[in-house]
Structure formats: structure tokens, C-alpha cells
Ligand binder design. Structure first.
Ligand SMILES: [Zn+2]
Length: 226
């Protein structure tokens, strides 16, 4: 009954958006990771330069395995750059390295959305873990309080994915400004880096859309059970 229910159709647009976003980031990244930047920095060198320029010498930069696995670890103050970004010098590599440096700068500047996101991380991950089992159990055993609790927990997960958006967009915005002002990329290369970063941002947007529509779906199912 849960599996053959028409509210599944509700999340279809988000599923399609997520697939589209995945294809687009893979294609865009493949394209611009083959275009070498005119200035010969590697991603790691660029990130080091950006951080040292802001006296952020305490932030470490380390390679990590995987493709597009790049991230900033706030706890250990480490930029983790995938091998192609770490020692690559493509337009895509420099764009992504600058984006990750952007996260480290957010951390150093106590950027508010990042702080909010960190505050809700523990409850949000518990929330996304517990929401569906709680709701599902409440649904089949017709206990509305459990369904409400499931919805509440899922709302935390939705909030987390929404707060992630400004954090990601802001890191990309900082990255483009740095690349432009520091002349790390030429005027011709800047739009290419922008394309890579906005393709990456679309994947976060798709995740949020999925979360919101799933929440809507739970609310509708809850309404049906009264
Ligand atoms: Zn990011």
C-alpha cells in the first residue's frame, strides 16, 4: 500500500532534476578538466596561495581518492582535494580548488549559514535516519503521533539541505571573485570555471527539491490517515 501509492509521483520532478544534475556535472567536469588553465598553478598550489594570502597557514591541503570527492573538513581544518584537482591545472581543477578554499574562508570568517548548518548537523542526520522508519511505523499501525514525529524529524533534514544552499553558492561566489581578482584565470577561462561550479550547485538544488517534495509527500499521507 505504501509502495503503490500515487504520492510517489510527487517526487518524480525532483528525481528527474537529480538525474539531469548528475549528468550535467559529469559532462561539464569532463569537458573542463581537459582544458588547461593558461597560468600553470595546480589546484593544491592555488588553494595554498589563496589561504596563505589570508594568513590561513593553519589550514592543511591533502589529496583524497575518488572523483569529485573534494571537500573541506572543518574539524581538522583540512582541504581534501581529489587527485585530479590536487595536481591538475585544468580550468575545472582551479575552479573547484578555489571553491573548497572558499569553504575554509567561510569557516575562518564564521559565516553565519555555515554556523547554522554545523549546529543542526547532529539532529539533522539523526532526523533523516529516523524520519522514514518512524513515519512508516506510525502509518501502518495508525499512530498519528508517530507520523507527526517522523514529519518533525524529516523537517530537520529538509532544513539542513536548505541551509546547505547558501553555503555552497557563497563558496562558489567567493571562488569566482578570487580567481578573477587574483587573475588566476583569464577572462576567457572565468566563464568555464563558472559553468563547472554552477553545475555542481545544481546537484545541491536537486537534493533540496527532493527533500522538500518528500516532506510534502509525508504531509499528504499523514492527512489521508487523519
Ligand atoms: Zn562546496
Amino acid at each position: 500500500m505504501f509502495y503503490y501509492d500515487p504520492t510517489y509521483l510527487l517526487i518524480l520532478p525532483a528525481v528527474l532534476l537529480a538525474i539531469f544534475a548528475q549528468i550535467r556535472i559529469q559532462k561539464t567536469y569532463s569537458k573542463y578538466s581537459k582544458i588547461k588553465a593558461l597560468r600553470g598553478y595546480t589546484g593544491a598550489q592555488l588553494a595554498r596561495y589563496i589561504l596563505d594570502d589570508r594568513r590561513m597557514t593553519n589550514v592543511k591541503i591533502e589529496p583524497i581518492s575518488g572523483r569529485l570527492s573534494d571537500h573541506y573538513n572543518q574539524r581538522t581544518k583540512t582541504l581534501k582535494l581529489s587527485q585530479d584537482i590536487y595536481d591538475g591545472n585544468s580550468v575545472a581543477a582551479l575552479g573547484i580548488a578555489a571553491h573548497e578554499a572558499g569553504h575554509a574562508i567561510q569557516d575562518a570568517n564564521s559565516y553565519v549559514p555555515l554556523k547554522i548548518r554545523n549546529t543542526i548537523v547532529p539532529v539533522a542526520s539523526l532526523g533523516s535516519w529516523m524520519a522514514f522508519p518512524l513515519f512508516f511505523f506510525g502509518f501502518i499501525s495508525e499512530i498519528p503521533q508517530l507520523m507527526d514525529l517522523g514529519i518533525l524529524f524529516f523537517t530537520l533534514a529538509v532544513t539542513f539541505s536548505l541551509v546547505t544552499l547558501p553555503v555552497e553558492y557563497n563558496a562558489s561566489h567567493r571562488a569566482i571573485n578570487i580567481l578573477q581578482n587574483g587573475r588566476f584565470l583569464s577572462d576567457k577561462e572565468i566563464p568555464m570555471a563558472k559553468k563547472v561550479l554552477s553545475a555542481a550547485a545544481l546537484t545541491y538544488l536537486a537534493t533540496s527539491a527532493m527533500a522538500i517534495l518528500n516532506l510534502l509527500r509525508l504531509v499528504l499521507l499523514r492527512g489521508r490517515r487523519g
